[in-house]
Design a protein around this ligand. Sequence first.
Ligand SMILES: [Zn+2]
Length: 489
Amino acid sequence: MARARKYRLLQWGLTGFVLLIGIISIRTLSFTSRQIQVDIPDLPEPIAGAAERLAAAIRYPTISLLPIDTQAFLAFDTFLAGHFPLTDSLLRRTTIAGLSTILEWPGKQSTLSPVLLMAHKDVVPPDSASLEHWTHPPFAGKLDDTTIWGRGAIDDKGSLMAILESVELLLEEGYQPNRTVFFAFGHDEETGGSAGAAAMARWFADKNIRFEYVLDEGMLLVEDGGGGLEQPLAVIGIAEKGMLTLNLEVNTEGGHSSRPPAMTAVGILASAINKLQENPFPARLDGATRLMLDYIGPESPLPNKVALANLWLSKGIIIHQLENNPGTNAMIRTTIAPTIFRAGVKSNVLPARAQASINFRILPGDTPESVGERVEQVIDDPRIQISVEGAEDHTPPSPVSSTETLGFRVLEKTIREIFPDAVVAPGLVIAGTDSKHYQELAKGTYRFMPLRLKNEELTQFHGNDERISREDYTAMIRFYRQLVLNSCK
Ligand SMILES: [Zn+2]
């Protein structure tokens, strides 16, 4: 009897195991590639002197920190008009807020909705403490046999200049687009875009202009993309995280440090911050990030493919892997970054007040309000006052744009034409871009820069030795030219 029961149990176990293997296999086999096949088009050389022009553009120190050096921006505008004569004479220019620029390239068919390509003129200042780590001074605009060096080479004068080079090239070819193409070049992206991008978005809204799609910076093509991929990974940002900064404050009686209470204001605040960091927001594998895994999975080596095809089973392991890297951790949860701590005046005086700023990057699905509520719950300490910092730092996450739009399809196609070895996937931008100001105006908002970098080179954004190779810059120009052509087919 006992033996029969044991046998039956074994039989059940075996059947379950075979069933499990069956489900895993079927899901893996039906996890087919989402990469589109394209023919490689003819790709002309950029107009002679393109690299020299980018180097020259870098020499204008268009830093957007207040007070803004308007002379640098105005001189940069004059430089652009002088070096792209066809663009300057054939496109309609509107100046917004004194320093931002909208260009309109009228299309042949007024019934087609326009597209908008964005870039920003401003750059972040180089960190004065690390100037010695620059191979060439940040605003020297140095050009050698292979590389264009300087602040803005990739963020974002590279894109801005490549867009203009592509337009000038198309105009030289006698091309006129079917649909109107707009260009919006902001002057204060690095400080939130409230004067530039926000005002340009209002200009379009007032004219009732709605876009087929909007393209801004945000993601790029990473050579060692991760997920075990051997091919480079090009991610098109279909959503971006929101932002909220909360200020925490503790007020206590001061006094002499020779007879301290059990906890000083510094201690109370530190323990609150500690509670927050020990209680991270829950991880979620949904939205843009989930979609990214659905695109990467079929292109991955077999073990990763099996895992990604069977998230119902492997979700825990995948989340654990993503948590191990700050970049991918930020794709699956609202993050907590204590950035400022202010307290105390003298080492032998008890601090009467301690203040801290905590910067949160909000995952789509959470809201600034839900983040605030959770922070209060976790800290749960009446001695801590919590307040929201200025409206500038208070942005809800963006909606998630569809991958079924003309905009996404055109981007996907253009990336594969210019970078045929790349795997293309949608994904989440963990930082903020100017495109947040345009969300209401477009069927789809996408964030992608046609630039190929290695993972370790990503530190150049806002970091030292920002640069772009001549070869990569040529690919950028070709990308934007091809994008305009594909958008008008
Ligand atoms: Zn930028």
